[in-house]
Structure formats: structure tokens, C-alpha cells
Write a protein that binds this ligand. Structure first.
Ligand code: MG
Length: 337
């Protein structure tokens, strides 16, 4: 039976109402043998290999949007950050800040969505916390997730590892998440078939690692989009990057909405895409590995790394020009994730 009613301050007080919420909702969807210990801290077996840890808070507005919701996003965002270092994500912790008055049915929908996302990614929620704040002191709900994964011996992936001559790939269309959030928030009533790309990328990353010993960098271009993530890689690796605009995959519907709203999809957030930098000889293998995964069907080779003008990202435009692609400046869209 789904729980009814709305969140009261009582639900965060640690008493009977809290216990009902934990048992009737959180444990029902996220429960496992570790979470079931219900003790002050989860006790986990010692893993082999180095640990990768990442934490992120999710405040996306609206909490439900085409292609996902704040719950699945909170799992995907953290799983993907852990996976970008080559780690196999194993565990998540989850902290909720709930606003008094939130419909319990909405909370349950979010938690069920988290459970499905965690299942697809193959991670367990091993610790959790819930706090309730009064009306107007938060907006419906905020979620923090921390992810823990293990990195196999000998693997060193990172944004500082790209080398001149390497190939630059992206796993699919860019800008989908950002444009979807903007369109749903503004109630634009667009008929365009757009949806967030929110997805777990750990299986795709594992396939790439297996297929390409010459893999250097994986990075998920979230806030700031593809352009900003590539600028970060160029700066950290001390290289330049040259992109071919025509090779960058953009969904026609997303491109259309961007044109309408005056947005550049290269600067919009993605939540289910990764940038892959690899030894150019292994670019075809990387492309095949990505396309073999459900979340990498639209993968493409979009450019190359160079040794001149370290830190710069250039783009060869579709009309035959060449310009600098800078980092995002300012925050065009707060509460995107
Ligand atoms: Mg990231």
C-alpha cells in the first residue's frame, strides 16, 4: 500500500513518524542487507583496489521532468562521477531534505525511481538520512548522494591524462538535459519530443576500459556542457583541443528548441553522456565499445588533441570558419541538477 498524506515536521523528528517513513517507504524501495542493519553506521567488507569517492547535492527544479526525476538523477549523477575515474561504483549513501507539505506519494515516486536507477547501475544504498524543514525553508525536496567505487590496479584515468594526437569522442547527443529542464520549468508548452538523457554510464565506461588500453580521460559534461568540460580537460592536461562542429551529435528537436530560445547546446548540461579521450589508434575501438552500449548508441568522434596553445579549445564551424570555444561564464540556468 502506498503511503498517503503529506510530510510533517514529525517525519524528521526521529520518533514514530520517522520510523514509519523509514520502514514504509525508504526500506521498502531501497532496502538491502546492509541498510537493514539499521545501526549507526553501515559496516562493509574491505574492497580490493583504490577507492573512488564522489558527492553531489541535487536541487533540480522541477523534481519530475521528461526522461527522469530528482531521484534517478541523484543516482546517475554520482554513479557517473565515480565511473569517470575508471571505478566500479559499489555503494551510495543518500541524504534527503524534505519540505513540510511535500506529498508522500511524490516522495515515494522519487524513491522508487532511485531504487530502479540504483538497480540498473548495480549499486547498493548502504546509509541514509532524512531531515524535514518547515514550509518555505526548502523547495519540495533536495537530495545528497555520495558514491563509493573501486578502481582496478594500474588504471589511471583523469582529466589531466590527455596527450597531443589523442582522439576526442562523445557518447551521444549533447544538450538534452539542459534544454528539457529549461523547457519544463518555463512551461513553454513545446510539442518538441525532447527528454533528459539522465542515465548511468558505469557499464558504458567499463566497456570502454576493457576495449581500450590507451584510454586517457572520461568526463561527464554536466553543468557547463561539452564546451566547459573540454576546456577543463585542455587546461588540466596542458593540451589544445580542436573540434569539428559538424561531427558533434545534436538531436534535431533539441537543436530546434535551442535556436528558438537562443541557447548553445554545447554549453547545456548533460546527465547521460561522457567525453572519451583515447589514443587515436584506438578511436575506432572506443567508438564500437560505446555504440555497443544502450547509452552510447549515438557516439561519435568529434575532434583531436594538439600540442600548441595549451588550454585552448577550437571549433571548426560547419560554415568553414574557426573560432575559440571558451568556458561557460555565469550561470544561465540555476537548479539544473
Ligand atoms: Mg563529473
Amino acid at each position: 500500500m502506498p503511503m498517503e498524506g503529506s510530510i510533517l515536521l514529525d517525519h524528521g523528528a526521529g520518533g514514530k513518524a520517522s520510523a514509519e517513513l523509514v520502514g514504509g517507504l525508504f526500506a521498502k524501495h531501497l532496502g538491502n542487507e546492509v541498510l537493514g542493519q539499521m545501526d549507526d553506521a553501515a559496516v562493509l567488507p574491505r574492497p580490493t583496489g583504490r577507492l573512488a569517492v564522489s558527492t553531489d547535492s541535487f536541487v533540480v527544479d522541477p523534481i519530475f521532468f521528461p526522461g527522469g526525476d530528482i531521484g534517478s538523477l541523484a543516482v546517475h549523477g554520482t554513479v557517473n562521477d565515480v565511473a569517470m575515474r575508471g571505478a566500479t561504483p559499489l555503494y551510495l549513501t543518500v541524504g534527503f531534505v524534505l519540505e513540510e507539505g511535500l506529498a508522500i506519494a511524490d516522495l515515494e515516486r522519487v524513491v522508487a525511481s532511485m531504487a530502479a536507477a540504483a538497480k540498473e547501475a548495480g549499486v547498493k544504498v548502504v546509509a541514509g538520512d532524512t531531515k524535514v524543514v518547515g514550509r518555505g525553508q526548502a523547495d519540495k525536496l533536495f537530495i545528497n548522494t555520495t558514491g563509493i567505487g573501486v578502481i582496478p590496479e594500474g588504471l589511471t584515468l583523469g582529466a589531466a591524462q590527455a596527450k597531443p594526437g589523442d582522439a576526442v569522442l562523445v557518447s551521444g547527443t549533447v544538450g538534452d538535459h539542459g534544454v528539457t529542464i529549461m523547457a519544463s520549468r518555463e512551461g513553454l508548452g513545446l510539442d518538441a519530443p525532447i527528454a533528459s538523457d539522465s542515465a548511468p554510464l558505469n557499464h558504458l565506461a567499463a566497456g570502454l576500459i576493457k576495449a581500450c588500453p590507451g584510454l586517457r580521460t572520461l568526463r561527464d559534461p554536466t553543468r557547463g556542457g561539452l564546451a566547459t568540460a573540454l576546456n577543463e580537460i585542455a587546461a588540466l592536461s596542458g593540451i589544445s583541443i580542436e573540434l569539428d562542429e559538424a561531427a558533434i551529435p545534436i538531436d534535431p528537436a533539441v537543436g530546434g528548441v535551442c535556436e528558438l530560445l537562443g541557447l548553445d547546446p554545447l554549453y547545456l548540461a548533460n546527465e547521460g553522456k561522457l567525453i572519451c579521450i583515447v589514443d587515436s589508434e584506438q578511436a575506432p575501438a572506443a567508438l564500437n565499445a560505446m555504440r555497443a552500449d544502450a547509452h552510447g548508441k549515438g557516439a561519435a568522434i568529434i575532434g583531436r588533441c594538439g600540442g600548441e596553445r595549451a588550454g585552448r579549445v577550437w571549433i571548426n564551424t560547419s560554415v568553414g570558419g574557426r573560432r575559440i570555444l571558451d568556458m561557460l561564464s555565469g550561470e544561465p540556468l540555476p537548479r539544473i541538477c
